[in-house]
Design a protein around this ligand. Structure first.
Ligand code: BTN
Length: 310
């Protein structure tokens, strides 16, 4: 039996029918869900497309993010896995799930995790004192990757990724109990052809926006590469060095927004978003002309359409 730490080595191949770690919950204890060496690194995910983990590792070789990749066909939440296993994971470790049973969004919301269609991935990152605004840098990385695919992606402050006002990706960055580390969880609607009624008006997938399907593996590799490309400058210069590019893609600046908290309906205030500060805050001006900076996580912002973004 391998040491548990072995599961996290990039070159580790689980032995025939060895069960995946208990951290996967009940799923890992069911015999039908045990690893099989013949399929250990090629995980077919129902829709005919597969995550080819060795190819993914190869395409990210030498980069901080993706130097260690852990794949499980099913997890409750990739962010939860990162938080629980972080002691045995290296900086930049990637945890990828074929599907999530309890995907989480911001503000306690559920993240719709349709197995055949989406990317569900989390990254463990050392960010130290710079951590609060990394979530914006991650939104920029996803936006860049999708723009390079030819789609007009934009960012709703702080980090909702949208196309024509509809959300295709969300980012949940968690710090609690993580010391100097962050769990950066990214969910992307790639090949969804429809959404549940409650989010149908607000959500879109890359496939719906483009009129064609995408390889989740390629989109994932593009996103992780872009995450690497923003990580280093961010660690050296903070959000300020990414701000100009962020502003070019930010759809919130210039819009009327409502500031409030999702838990206290009715306690909101309308303002105009006018800028993003060098530290990543949203600068707003209210009806009386008072200007102030709103920090991500401090308050919720929604468009006048009523949709919360933070
Ligand atoms: C949002 O509310 O916009 C954030 C959604 C974040 C979803 C991703 S999917 C991978 C990771 N695991 C989770 O449980 N949540 C994040």
């Amino acid at each position: 039996m391998a040491e548990r730490a072995d599961y996290h080595r990039a070159d580790y191949h689980p032995p025939l029918r060895e069960s995946i770690p208990n951290i996967l919950g009940d799923y890992g204890s069911r015999p039908e869900n045990h690893w099989d060496r013949s399929q250990a690194d090629c995980h077919r995910i129902d829709d005919g497309q597969a995550y080819d983990i060795p190819a993914l590792r190869q395409s990210l070789k030498g980069l901080t993010i993706g130097g260690e990749i852990i794949y499980a066909e099913e997890l409750n939440s990739t962010n939860d896995y990162i938080k629980q296993a972080r002691g045995s994971l290296s900086n930049g470790a990637v945890v990828l799930a074929g599907r999530q049973l309890a995907g989480r969004g911001r503000n306690g919301r559920v993240w719709y995790s349709e197995s055949r269609a989406g990317i569900f991935v989390s990254v463990l990152l050392k960010a130290g004192r710079r951590e609060p605004s990394f979530t914006l840098a991650a939104g920029l990385a996803v936006t860049r990757a999708v723009r390079l695919l030819g789609l007009p992606a934009g960012i709703k402050w702080p980090n909702d990724c949208v196309i024509d006002g509809k959300k295709f990706a969300g980012i949940l960055t968690e710090t609690q109990g993580m010391g100097d580390f962050l769990a950066v969880g990214i969910g992307v609607n790639v090949n969804n052809s429809a959404f549940p009624e409650d989010i149908a008006e607000k959500a879109v997938s890359l496939a719906l926006a483009a009129g064609r399907r995408f390889s989740r593996q390629d989109v994932l590799a593009d996103i992780l590469r872009q995450l690497n490309y923003v990580y280093k400058p961010f660690m050296e210069g903070g959000f300020a060095v990414l701000r100009d590019e962020y502003l070019r893609h930010c759809v919130t600046v210039g819009a009327e927004v409502r500031l409030g908290t999702p838990l206290r309906e009715g306690s909101s205030e309308t303002a105009r978003a006018v800028d993003i500060s060098p530290s990543g805050g949203l600068v707003v001006v209210n009806g009386s002309g008072a200007r102030r900076e709103v920090l991500s996580g401090e308050i919720s912002v929604r468009g006048l359409d009523g949709n919360y973004t933070a």
